[in-house]
Design a protein. Structure first.
Length: 108
């Protein structure tokens, strides 16, 4: 698509996700709609503030514990249904060390 700025392909998904917003002390359940190596699209009853970092618990399978992760809210729009479609971006990773940029590894 012309004007598309994505680096990674977006794939449809339907994971159960819990989001802890910067204003709440508890997690709220939302649904995922798509994901890529760079981020995640979710559908929520409420908007999240642009630029805010949020904590996630991603339930990929009922057989395993949720995967903790963090992401930044990069866009948000309200759909005709009244629900919010929200784009989350994962922190950048160093491809060779597989760790967030800016964090250093110190062996024990």
């Amino acid at each position: 698509m012309a004007g598309e700025r994505r680096i990674f392909e977006r794939l449809p998904c339907n994971f159960a996700i819990e989001v802890k917003s910067p204003f709440a002390y508890s997690f709220e359940k939302v649904k995922s709609c798509d994901f890529s190596a760079g981020g995640l699209g979710i559908i929520s009853r409420r908007s999240l503030p642009l630029g805010e970092d949020v904590e996630l618990k991603i339930q990929v399978s009922k057989r395993y514990s949720p995967i903790p992760h963090r992401a930044r809210v990069v866009w948000s729009r309200q759909e005709a249904s009244g629900w919010w479609r929200i784009g989350l971006c994962f922190p950048p990773f160093k491809l060779f060390k597989l760790m967030p940029v800016g964090e250093e590894f110190y062996p024990l």
